[in-house]
Design a protein around this ligand. Structure first.
Ligand code: SAM
Length: 353
């Protein structure tokens, strides 16, 4: 049972004020940070070094997964990825925001194709987004979480576990909480992602990732509301992530606001002090629509916001297995994307009713 630590912690807004400049590049952001912090840290602790190291690690996590598929004699899976790449990319490029056409994540080949193309990049987005949002407040978080028995994380639309892998690495690198104390769950339309997650975790060193439990559920459903288990999971979560899931569901909500009921309920059920971390494609005002829904559920503290293109660090060279798949298919793992990042929090004291 996670303790709810009734200690009021104030985030430092001053040092990392919201960056609304869509075009600020990652490099500019990190250069700024470097200038501010160069006198106080060893170069290996520099956020950019950590980021590059983490990105190389995410690439290895995916490579280990595909190497294990081949080692188990399922090499043909890799040959079947090609048509899935095309289909997934078409939906992401043209249809995601305005139609209800979606990739079928119930299909194992689609899930493998997704893992190859997006997993490492999305881990990286999470890592970098957390870095940008939390760097000035790391000590504060360490102190706040020091008395927690466990740190609970729930990933809405967490799919193959990319949110968790990015977050775990960030927490470990910054010594924020013992990662064996993470209790993680994924609330997702496709429980089949759990098979992919099992494959990824088995292919990587034991104890590398926290245990993940999957809660199947469609967040666009109008009825029934959260199950008792779902409600408990949300109520006890210290961090809720919504990474690249809002873009998958927003078209349904635009068509009929009732499809947002479950998401609204999730925000209402979040406990005071819980963090809500959002990353999604930068598209029109979708992040504002998400924020308005969160606000309606009492998640009214707006701690951080950033919009821009995130690039996988050019310093990272792909693992051997990934290089072989690139040669075989002509498709590389994705290396950049334009996103909005937001960190919101439900206030500890009232005032939002
Ligand atoms: C683009 S993937 C993002 C996965 C992961 N967060 C990441 O960043 O790699 C979208 C995820 O949302 C899930 N999803 C799509 N529609 C959903 C819905 N209606 N309810 C719950 N999850 C949904 C998908 O199954 C998938 O796991």
């Amino acid at each position: 049972m996670a303790f709810y630590h009734d200690h009021h912690y104030e985030f430092d807004h001053h040092n990392h004020h919201y960056n609304h400049h869509y075009n600020q590049s990652d490099e500019e952001f990190h250069h700024d940070l470097f200038l501010k912090r160069r006198h106080t840290m060893h170069w290996m602790q520099h956020p950019w070094m950590q980021l590059v190291d983490a990105a190389a690690y995410f690439d290895r996590v995916v490579a280990n997964f595909f190497a294990s598929i081949v080692a188990q004699g399922h090499g043909k899976v890799v040959d079947r990825l090609l048509p899935c790449f095309d289909a997934i990319s078409t939906i992401y490029r043209q249809q995601l925001h305005d139609t209800d056409i979606r990739s079928d994540w119930g299909d194992g080949h689609n899930r493998c194709a997704y893992t190859y193309r997006f997993f490492a990049l999305h881990c990286h987005l999470v890592y970098r987004g957390l870095q940008m949002a939390l760097l000035p407040n790391l000590q504060l978080l360490r102190e706040t979480w020091r008395n927690y028995f466990s740190l609970r994380v729930c990933c809405i639309g967490g799919g193959p576990g990319s949110d968790i892998v990015g977050l775990t690495r960030f927490i470990r690198d910054n010594d924020l909480f013992p990662t064996w104390g993470l209790e993680c769950s994924v609330f997702d339309l496709h429980p089949e992602w759990e098979n992919t997650w099992m494959g990824i975790s088995k292919a990587n060193p034991p104890g590398e990732f926290p245990v993940l439990s999957y809660l199947p559920g469609d967040i666009t459903r109008t009825y029934p509301p959260l199950s008792p288990r779902g409600r408990l999971t949300i109520q006890s979560a210290d961090i809720i992530t919504a990474v690249k899931v809002f873009s998958s569901v927003v078209a349904f909500m635009k068509k009929d606001a009732l499809h947002g009921n479950l998401l609204r309920e999730i925000f209402q059920e979040m406990k005071p002090g819980a963090l809500l971390f959002y990353i999604d494609n930068f598209y029109k005002n979708d992040h504002r629509a998400f924020q308005a829904m969160a606000y309606g559920g009492g998640v009214t503290e707006h701690l951080f916001e950033w919009h821009g293109e995130m690039n996988y660090p050019a310093e990272v060279t792909h693992s051997e297995t990934i290089n072989r798949i690139i040669q075989g298919t002509g498709f590389k793992p994705l290396e950049r994307c334009s996103v909005s990042v937001m960190l919101l929090r439900k206030p500890l004291t009232g005032g939002y009713m």
